[in-house]
Write a protein that binds this ligand. Structure first.
Ligand code: C5P
Length: 236
């Protein structure tokens, strides 16, 4: 199997649940996403444990603060030997540049973690943009502009919907990564995601990586389900 481009969202509360889940995959090397829930609960030790097992980690903490604070925080995160970290694009180009500086300063060896930006959270819609945030541009234009800002700052890509992937790649190049949640198999219930896409569609829509949570973690047979997602997205 090629290196996985499927980030399994480990949205669990405890280390024990994570270990039980990872054990099912035996020696298979995975890409996993550790978000706030797990990181705030189990901390750095959890990351080390996942790394010791040979998995790659997308540490999804979505930093957003003044540039100097983000720079110092990223310097610390770079020391954790994770593979992808992220920030909110709405924090400004200056903040995103500072994030990269922090990663460069803190990196272990010669490779810094990839850094991607959350464009517009999928929980925001046009009404919230207009009425609460006083942003009167089209949501799609905001996503593209914030992705442009991320590229201008030197970031490696963005978190976005698979439905936005193509236009982002068209404008910002194939190399600019699109990491896309909101993935479901055709047989799944949709849960709280509004606009969902199958892994096969995400591949067609040029997602660089897909983020898949409950479809795999809550499946009756997570390993089988992962294989189906892999087959559809990476085509082996
Ligand atoms: O279970 P599900 O596949 O919906 O999980 C998706 C994961 O991606 C969750 O960890 C969620 O926090 C994250 N995510 C998302 N939408 C975004 C950004 C992140 O669903 N726009």
């Amino acid at each position: 199997m090629n290196e996985s481009r499927i980030c399994i969202a480990l949205d669990f509360q405890t280390k024990e649940e994570v270990i039980e889940f990872l054990d099912r995959f035996e020696d298979e090397k995975l890409y996993v996403k550790v978000g706030m829930e797990l990181f705030y609960g189990e901390g750095i030790e959890m990351l080390q444990l996942i790394k010791q097992r040979g998995h790659k980690i997308f540490l999804d903490l979505k930093l957003h603060d003044i540039p100097n604070t983000v720079k110092s925080a990223m310097k610390q995160l770079a020391k954790l030997d994770v593979d992808i970290v992220n920030v909110h694009a709405s924090g400004s180009i200056a903040m995103m540049k500072a994030a990269l500086e922090g990663l460069e300063e803190g990196k272990k060896g010669d490779k810094r973690p990839l850094c991607i930006a959350v464009t517009c959270l999928t929980s925001l819609d046009q009404e919230v943009l207009d009425n609460e945030l006083l942003i009167h541009e089209n949501l799609e234009d905001v996503v593209l502009k914030w992705a442009e800002n991320a590229k201008a700052a030197g970031l490696d890509g963005v978190v976005c919907s698979p439905l936005e992937s193509k236009v982002i790649h068209e404008h910002l190049g194939e190399e600019f990564l699109t990491v896309t949640p909101g993935i479901r198999l055709a047989s799944d219930s949709v849960n709280d995601q509004k606009r969902v896409t199958t892994p096969a569609m995400a591949k067609e829509l040029t997602s660089s990586y897909i983020v898949v949570g409950r479809t795999i973690t809550r499946a009756e047979n997570p390993v089988e389900t992962y294989r189906e997602v892999y087959r559809q997205f990476q085509g082996e």
